[in-house]
Design a protein around this ligand. Structure first.
Ligand code: URA
Length: 447
């Protein structure tokens, strides 16, 4: 922090603020603004900011601090103006999971229902996939839309998905990178302010959070996920956005595939009505909840979503969306005629038994290690590789069927993953009860 302009109130000095947090006090909006502003200006260094974050993680940040931090993060960069759009603007956001390809189904469903979805998405990092990487598996698909292009497409089609620019919430990018290397990511207030700052800057009037819980999620315990969901909803409502959240299961993969082309194919087959199961169910729940936020009743919303899926209206929206962003629309008819395929495909059969549990995070990491994900932001991905997940918790296997199909770039990669799968998909003689798909709802009624 600069001291050149004369005396500054001592309560804004970084060491004083860090000590206050260390001692369990609340920081007010001015103090948080001063600290983050000084950090971005280079007057507070990484060590000081890391000390503050760790003090907050240990002592706890209050709801008021989370709201104030969100405002500070939003104010650090550009915001998207969607006021020119005519329909209800909606954003659905997942906190990240394995085989979580809901955006590719929910986006077209919402657009088919008359909502307007201008979605700024991210890339996969660590064990979770990224929507942009998945869409780029479709030949020709472009995610680098300028703001005007994006608005025009949303007006025409109802849906656009693009990469967030560097200028959207730059303070979050700096803080997230620091949290990532200082064990300060998994804190409800820090996650809520990080997620909600990007949602508020994205401009939608209605925001639905899909907060994941379980082994493949940031929040492994349901209670912590509910706390995060409540905090996100409080922040959105405090800033005049209709906000709701579902807390949903991530103790096993959501869809039947993990990987980029594989997840696109699973999403299209779901839109075509060819796949049933947990991904379809959650997409209907999420769409219903979004439509409830825009004013429809939950029963109407979910029923309407099912009609739009079964009639093919959502598939047609998907086709329009792919065409608008330069992608090969034949993907909507025969995904595997167009999507890249891996040269090596191997089936893993665990023998007879009952699927008891998944090491879900590790399964995501294994897909990443085949080339479907990144360890560092600069890594390139292989769109063709990944895993088909052919079983779910509670399934009884007779020994005659594969549980996982590995799509690899080479034999060595396939063998390495196959060798680990017995630890990742646990098959025993005991019975197992499938976990619920939706654990809790915040700000939206039961579907
Ligand atoms: N996703 C985000 O955008 N931020 C977090 O802090 C965690 C997950």
């Amino acid at each position: 922090m600069s001291t050149t302009s004369g005396e500054r109130p001592s309560m804004l000095e970084p060491p004083v603020l860090i000590a206050r947090k260390r001692d369990g006090h609340e920081l007010d909006a001015d103090q948080l603004r001063a600290l983050v502003g000084a950090y971005l200006a280079g007057d507070v260094d990484d060590a000081q900011m890391a000390a503050l974050l760790m003090a907050g993680v240990i002592r706890g940040f209050s709801h008021r601090e989370a709201v104030a931090l969100t405002d500070v993060l939003v104010a650090s960069g550009d915001t998207v103006d969607l006021s020119a759009l005519s329909g209800p603007t909606v954003d659905k956001h997942s906190t990240g999971g394995v085989g979580d390809t809901t955006t590719l189904v929910v986006g077209p469903l919402l657009a088919a229902a008359g909502a307007q979805v201008a979605k700024l998405s991210g890339r996969g990092l660590g064990h979770t996939g990224g929507t942009l990487d998945k869409l780029e598996a479709i030949p020709g698909f472009r995610v680098d839309l300028a703001p005007d292009q994006m608005r025009e497409q949303v007006m025409r089609v109802g849906l656009a998905v693009a990469a967030a620019t560097q200028d959207l919430v730059p303070a979050d990018k700096r803080l997230y990178a620091l949290r990532d290397v200082t064990a300060t990511v998994a804190d409800p207030a820090l996650i809520a302010s990080s997620v909600m700052s990007k949602k508020l800057a994205g401009g939608a009037e209605h925001i639905l959070l899909d907060v994941k819980t379980g082994d493949g999620a940031f929040m492994q315990e349901v209670d912590a996920a509910v706390e995060l969901a409540e905090l996100c909803v409080d922040i959105g409502e405090a800033r005049q956005r209709r906000t709701g959240a579902l807390v949903t299961d991530m103790s096993q993969p959501l869809g039947d595939g993990v990987g980029n082309a594989i997840e696109v194919a699973v999403a299209i087959e779901t839109l075509r009505g060819e796949r049933h199961g947990r991904l379809r169910e959650l997409c209907l729940e999420l769409t219903g909840a979004c439509l409830e936020l825009t004013g429809q009743t939950p029963a109407d919303g979910r029923t309407h979503a099912a009609e739009l899926l079964d009639s093919g209206a959502a598939l047609e929206k998907f086709r329009e969306f792919v065409e608008a962003q330069g992608g090969d629309t034949r993907v909507a008819d025969e995904p595997w005629d167009v999507l890249p395929t891996a040269p090596v495909i191997r089936d893993w059969n665990p023998g007879a038994g009952v699927v008891e549990a998944f090491a879900c995070r590790r399964l995501g990491e294994l897909a990443g290690s085949l080339g479907a994900g990144r360890q560092r932001a600069a890594d390139t991905i292989d769109p063709a590789v990944g895993l088909d997940v052919l079983v779910r918790v509670g399934d009884r296997l007779d020994g005659g069927q594969p549980a996982v199909r590995v799509h690899a770039a080479d034999e060595a990669g396939a063998e390495r993953v196959m060798a680990e799968l017995p630890e990742v998909v646990r098959v025993t003689d005991e019975g197992a009860t499938p976990p619920p798909l939706v654990h809790a709802r915040v700000g939206v009624a039961a579907g």
